[in-house]
Design a protein around this ligand. Structure first.
Ligand SMILES: *[C@@H]1O[C@H](CO)[C@@H](O)[C@H](O)[C@H]1NC(C)=O
Ligand SMILES: *[C@@H]1O[C@H](CO)[C@@H](O)[C@H](O)[C@H]1NC(C)=O
Ligand SMILES: *[C@@H]1O[C@H](CO)[C@@H](O)[C@H](O)[C@H]1NC(C)=O
Length: 429
């Protein structure tokens, strides 16, 4: 009998845990409310009753929310955490709160937030994260918040917003996002259009949704931005020596030039596939004098592939090892474009035609007929690789440079296949 008593006590204690020491607990209209605000707390207290629906920890000194911080209170509907010193919300701190409707994390120092936890909070209706130090929002952060009505992100350090960030929030009626240091480039223009014309969401204080950079736009409200000239990259690859180049001697310099257009100015990368492997170069890797830039990962101060800031790629001492596919890839915030040329070298004594014939057989099956001029490689997308092959009659021991004007040889033809092929003939010295 005594044992049974004991058991009952344990069960009762387990169900009706006492109110955690520094907090006030109460019940109102069927809600179990715990108030731990203004208690100088430095950690989330343990041992909350499992049926808590409302928990306030506002105005304490919590430095972070660790994983599983609210695991004991899965029925929580409102969680107030404003005015703490929270810098980090760890992954798994909030994910167990599938019934949460209101979450206030405003007026903290959060820069590190477990965005993926939001995917579990599909009942959330109010999310206050204003006055923190958030620098970005992942594009899919809000994808599960289909009940969200009010979102406050004002007074943070957001520089940009990924297009479509708010699209999953079909019930959203209030969005506050003013006082962030927005970078007014092409990638944020969608937000201006969305906020001004597309959405019915109320977005207050629009005059305080302003640009911080670029400098000329500092302080300009997004809603007064003029349309920016924005265009996706276009690239065109050219090369030298060309058909009418000088006689090629072993150890000549091959120059490829990637002509790039696009606004904002695209970033240029070279991808070089040789038999020795793939080389990837972020351009530029050399200064105008041809020396490796300080801090560039080039192996020596005199790199094998020199990518200049003007879009040129020089390959000094071009030899068999440098044969391969050279691609320049230009990327800006609106997209990317790529152009490739396949460079093969026919050395003296080797039958150029054989090499070429071999390559042609391999390629014609996928060939697309089309002609182009001179030494320009047409801009090519991944599926639409327009291509040139330059042939020359010259071969054998008397092989001379492609296009050597005096020798009177002429291109055999221009063939456009699955990829550009530039065949160089070396003069025997
Ligand atoms: C929550 O649990 C406490 C203690 O077990 C109990 O007194 C209270 O009635 C419960 N409240 C709700 C809303 O279920
Ligand atoms: C979060 O949601 C995922 C998928 O719905 C689920 O597997 C996971 O257990 C949830 N996490 C927690 C802590 O409840
Ligand atoms: C780019 O700069 C390099 C080094 O100054 C120069 O050799 C090359 O000719 C330039 N390319 C063009 C297309 O002007």
């Amino acid at each position: 009998m005594q044992e049974l008593h004991l058991l009952c006590w344990v069960v009762l204690l387990g169900l009706g845990q006492a109110c955690p020491e520094p907090c006030d607990c109460g019940e109102k209209c069927g809600f179990q409310i715990i108030d731990c605000s203004y208690r100088d707390l430095e950690a989330v207290p343990l041992d909350f009753p499992a049926n808590v629906t409302t928990l306030s920890l506002s105005a304490n000194r919590l430095p972070s929310l660790p994983e599983g911080a609210f695991r004991e209170v899965p029925l929580l509907q409102s969680l107030w955490l404003a005015h703490n010193e929270i810098r980090t919300v760890a992954a798994g701190a909030l994910a167990s709160l599938g019934h949460l409707k209101n979450l206030d994390l405003s007026h903290n120092l959060i820069s590190d937030f477990a965005w993926s936890d939001l995917h579990n909070l599909s009942a959330l209706q109010l999310l206050k994260m204003d006055s923190n130090e958030l620098t970005f929002i992942p594009h899919d952060a809000f994808r599960s918040l289909c009940a969200l009505r009010s979102l406050q992100l004002n007074h943070n350090h957001l520089h940009t917003l990924a297009e479509g960030t708010f699209a999953p929030l079909t019930l959203l009626s209030h969005l506050q996002i003013n006082d962030n240091p927005f970078d007014c480039t092409c990638s944020i223009m969608w937000f201006k259009t969305w906020a001004l014309t597309t959405t019915t969401v109320s977005i207050p204080e629009q005059d305080k949704i302003t640009c911080t950079s670029p400098h000329v736009l500092k302080g300009t409200p997004l809603n007064r931005l003029l349309p920016l000239p924005c265009s996706a990259p276009l690239v065109q690859l050219t090369y030298q020596p060309s058909q009418d180049g000088a006689e090629l001697q072993p150890g000549f310099v091959l120059a490829l030039h990637c002509d790039v257009e696009g606004q904002p100015a695209p970033q240029l990368h070279w991808h070089i596939q040789t038999s020795g492997g793939m080389v990837e170069i972020a351009s530029p890797n050399v200064g105008a004098d041809g020396h490796a830039l300080p801090g560039s990962p080039a192996a020596s101060s005199w790199p094998r592939f020199k990518a200049f800031a003007n879009g040129s790629l020089l390959i000094p001492d071009f030899g068999k090892l440098e044969e391969g596919t050279y691609s320049c890839l230009a990327t800006n915030e609106l997209g990317s474009a790529e152009s490739s040329v396949n460079v093969a070298l026919a050395t003296p004594g080797e039958s150029g035609e054989d090499t070429l014939g071999h390559r042609l057989h391999g390629k014609t099956a996928e060939g697309k007929g089309c002609y182009t001029v001179d030494n320009e490689v047409q801009p090519s997308g991944p599926e639409d690789n327009v291509v040139i092959i330059y042939l020359s009659h010259t071969r054998g021991s008397e092989a001379t440079a492609v296009g050597n004007r005096v020798s009177g040889q002429q291109p055999l033809g221009l063939l456009l296949l699955g990829q550009s092929l530039l065949l160089l003939f070396l003069a025997s010295s």
